[in-house]
Design a protein around this ligand. Structure first.
Ligand code: ADP
Ligand code: MG
Length: 359
């Protein structure tokens, strides 16, 4: 197992990159702690696979270094890095049985036959294929083949790290949950450093202790699911995570008050007089419907009952402000204001969250 350090890393697919926009992966310094389970979360095209392939050695970065513990592996080939990687689509040997596919990485390392037999049996059970071990991989469904790929990634106990690149894309929804649980169990048992790439926030938040959020080639925040929810470090984290995402409104901030369309909003903390594109962000969970004179004047557009709670969609001069109300709470259709709980207000300048001081 290993601690993985990314030092001054950046990558462009162009031979002669000029500006920032030519980089699929922008300047990145990060240490992946030994034995931690991370999710790497972001929309399609933001650079997740690029980063994973640099760690595994499939790609050499245009700039910077990668260290496994204290060893510089930037130029080391994949095989030397001792990593297991599972891709989005199955990579299996069609002519081999399921058993031989799973045993392959172990045989490659010269493990003994008894150990291989036991380990393959165990992994076979984890992926729900213990009764199909002697079938040929050819003719199996994409779903079953992907389970074999996952199993092959999980079979070795002595790897430096396990990398999963959206491995459950072709798996049916019920089995997704099951396999994710197995991956977590594997992490508890062996404590491998794991990086699990996904564009699905639920998958990321349920899998990992720490979530690394990427946007447009950049890591915008690394935190626990709770930190990402309560204190989104970047507006992207605010609206990408959460359902619906964070409400964002342009504002003028003076000390402990935001001014939005001539309405004063108490912020609870003092932010000075920030310059730039100033916005306040409040999650729907901290937004309330109100009537009277306090808060922003809105029009209620729609109430959606999503089971656990209700989502009230309101319109504020063309911007949507969403409110989450309890399942049993009545929604007053005469309500024409929204108010914010100061504890849930974040202030952003040019998309990055700024810290206030005690007011
Ligand atoms: P993700 O895995 O988050 O969907 P990728 O790392 O695959 O994102 O891609 C990041 C960016 O790099 C995208 O703009 C993509 O088009 C570009 N890209 C990916 N692979 C290549 C490649 N082999 N050659 C050129 N551009 C690439
Ligand atoms: Mg990808």
């Amino acid at each position: 197992m290993a601690k993985i350090t990314l030092d001054n890393l950046a990558h462009s697919y162009l031979p002669e990159p000029t500006g920032e926009e030519d980089y699929a992966l922008k300047q990145l310094d990060h240490v992946w702690a030994d034995g931690e389970a991370y999710a790497l979360l972001g929309a399609s095209g933001c650079g997740k696979s690029t980063l994973l392939n640099i760690i595994s050695g499939l790609l050499t970065p245009s700039r910077g270094r990668i260290l496994f513990n204290d060893r510089d592996v930037t130029e080391a080939p994949t095989a030397e890095r001792n990593i297991a990687q599972v891709f989005q689509f199955p990579v299996v040997y069609d002519t081999m049985s399921v058993r031989d596919n799973l045993a392959f990485p172990l045989r490659n390392r010269g493990a003994n036959a008894t150990y291989i037999r036991e380990r393959v049996q165990k992994i076979g059970a984890m992926i729900g294929m213990e009764h199909e071990l002697d079938r040929k991989a050819r003719g199996l469904t994409a779903d079953a083949k992907q389970k074999i790929s996952l199993g092959r990634g999980m079979v070795r106990e002595d790897v430096n790290a396990l990398l999963f690149d959206e491995p459950l894309t072709v798996i049916d929804p019920h089995m997704k949950w099951e396999l994710r649980t197995q991956l977590k169990a594997l992490h508890h048992e062996f404590g491998h450093t794991m990086i699990y790439v996904t564009h699905d926030q639920t998958e990321a938040l349920t899998f990992a202790d720490k979530v690394v959020v990427m946007h447009d080639g950049r890591v915008v925040q690394i935190g626990t699911p709770q930190e990402l929810f309560e204190r989104p470090g970047h507006t992207f984290v605010g609206y990408f995570i959460g359902s619906p995402g964070m409400n964002l409104l342009d504002a003028t901030v003076k000390g402990d008050t935001a001014l939005i369309d001539n309405t004063e909003i108490p912020l609870g903390r003092d932010y000075g007089r920030p310059a730039g594109h100033v916005q306040i962000g409040v999650r729907p969970e901290f937004t309330r419907l109100a009537a009277g004179n306090d808060g922003l004047k809105v029009k209620v557009r729609r109430v959606e009952d999503v089971g656990r709670h209700k989502v009230v969609r309101t319109d504020f001069f063309g911007s949507e402000i969403n409110v989450i109300a309890g399942e049993s709470e009545g929604v007053d259709t005469a309500a024409d204001r929204v108010t914010f709980d100061p504890a849930g207000i974040n202030v952003y300048v040019d998309d990055w969250r700024i810290e206030g001081t005690a007011a």
